[in-house]
Design a protein around this ligand. Structure first.
Ligand SMILES: Cc1cc2nc3c(=O)[nH]c(=O)nc-3n(C[C@H](O)[C@H](O)[C@H](O)COP(=O)(O)O)c2cc1C
Length: 371
């Protein structure tokens, strides 16, 4: 019988994932752009945020629910879109979808997901947001938007920080490709991780599930560089649901996006995977919040590892936040049981942090808590 290991922190999940996954898969998930300075700088900026504890406030009853797009989420964090999640464990996408359904929170469904966008929204019981990449001349992108609409999606995340895929040396060293190919190097890697290899073999090699018919094709290396403001205007006209733009760190861009009629901005540096020299997004979040005003919806992802990190991001101006890698490591560590454990530990950590700060819910978190 399978007994899920116990995880008490991000470091536990990452260490177990490192043991279980082939090097190529671990480096794909864990890797960052360039030398990883941008990722490290943001992690250290997050760590350096100090929150002021307060005393003698009755914090017996604490509520972690928040409202996003008029929708009541039970917990204040969701899952950021990630491509090829089933590499971390067969069925990983659906585990994330079920977690989203249980907690009424969004799961981001990547253009390059390993489960089809239709299967994901069904498993998530509607709690799925479709993430769009612009590609080539944009014709395929337009078709995907229509497909997402037909599948019942009401929120689109347009990822804008990938005009070209970032240079990630750890992926390049391992020969990571999407869809992946098995050469001699990968063969040795897989042979040394037989548990992963056998279960992946049994469940079938992960594929780009939204592109299994000739009508929909995707080439990861095809340039996405042609997306411009005119494209965003057209997208805004085409999509009457919620439009979230992801990958923003510039105040100037944020102000222009707000004027262009997007419904929310997701401040992010793609987990440090795109531009090594990008500014720490957690600091950009504070500046963007100041510029766009209190009521404009701002989301955040990148570098979140714990419940305290979630509270810090809310204090810096986020209305909702998303986890990336951490969720994949939890599943690689011990499947759905570990994913559930990890989500519970973050939730509990958020609740304990609120108590220390003298807060009873997420709405009272603001810059005034940050030292
Ligand atoms: C393995 C992996 C694949 C990703 N794929 C996508 C993707 O397809 N689309 C997208 O918008 N973001 C993608 N991202 C970025 C995440 O949505 C998110 O911005 C990032 O993981 C957050 O940082 P964190 O991993 O430090 O939490 C990916 C991230 C990882 C780790």
């Amino acid at each position: 019988m399978f007994v899920a290991p116990k995880i008490h922190s991000y470091a536990d999940a990452r260490a177990m994932a490192r043991k279980n996954l082939p090097w190529m898969v671990f480096d794909y998930i864990d890797g960052a752009a360039g030398e990883g300075h941008g990722e490290a700088m943001n992690l250290s900026a997050l760590r350096d945020i100090r929150l002021q504890p307060r005393v003698l406030v009755n914090v017996t009853k604490r509520d972690l629910g928040v409202t996003i797009f008029n929708h009541q989420a039970k917990i204040p964090f969701g899952i950021s879109p990630m491509g090829m999640c089933n590499l971390s464990r067969p069925g990983a996408d659906l585990m994330l979808a079920r977690m989203a359904a249980r907690n009424n929170v969004p799961v981001g469904v990547s253009t390059v997901a390993s489960t089809s966008l239709e299967a994901m929204i069904e498993a998530a019981e509607g709690h799925a947001w479709f993430q769009l990449y612009f590609s080539g001349d944009g014709a395929g992108t337009t078709r995907l938007v229509e497909r997402a609409k037909a599948a019942g999606y009401r929120t689109l995340i347009m990822t804008l920080d990938v005009p070209e895929v970032g240079r990630r040396p750890r992926e390049l060293r391992r020969g990571f490709k999407m869809p992946f190919r098995i050469g001699p190097k990968q063969f040795v890697d897989f042979a040394l991780h037989p548990k992963w290899s056998l279960s992946s073999l049994l469940h079938g090699k992960p594929v780009l599930a939204n592109f299994t018919t000739p009508e929909f094709e995707f080439d990861r290396t095809e340039s996405r560089a042609a997306a411009d403001w005119t494209f965003l205007e057209r997208l805004r006209e085409q999509w009457d649901g919620n439009l979230v733009v992801k990958g923003i760190t510039s105040v100037k861009d944020a102000l222009r996006l707000k004027s262009a009629g997007v419904d929310a901005i997701q401040v992010s540096t793609h987990g440090g995977r795109q531009l090594d020299a990008a500014p720490p997004p957690i600091l950009a979040l504070r500046d963007i919040r100041q510029a766009v005003g209190d009521s404009f919806p701002l989301f955040y992802d990148t570098g979140l590892r714990s419940g305290e990190d979630v509270v810090k991001a809310y204090a810096m101006g986020a209305d909702f936040v998303f986890f990336g890698r951490a969720m994949q490591f939890a599943m690689a560590a011990g499947g759905e049981a570990c994913l559930t454990q990890y989500c519970s530990l973050i939730t509990e950590d958020i609740s304990l942090t609120l108590a220390q700060l003298g807060n009873t819910d997420m709405t009272g978190l603001s810059q005034s808590l940050v030292l």
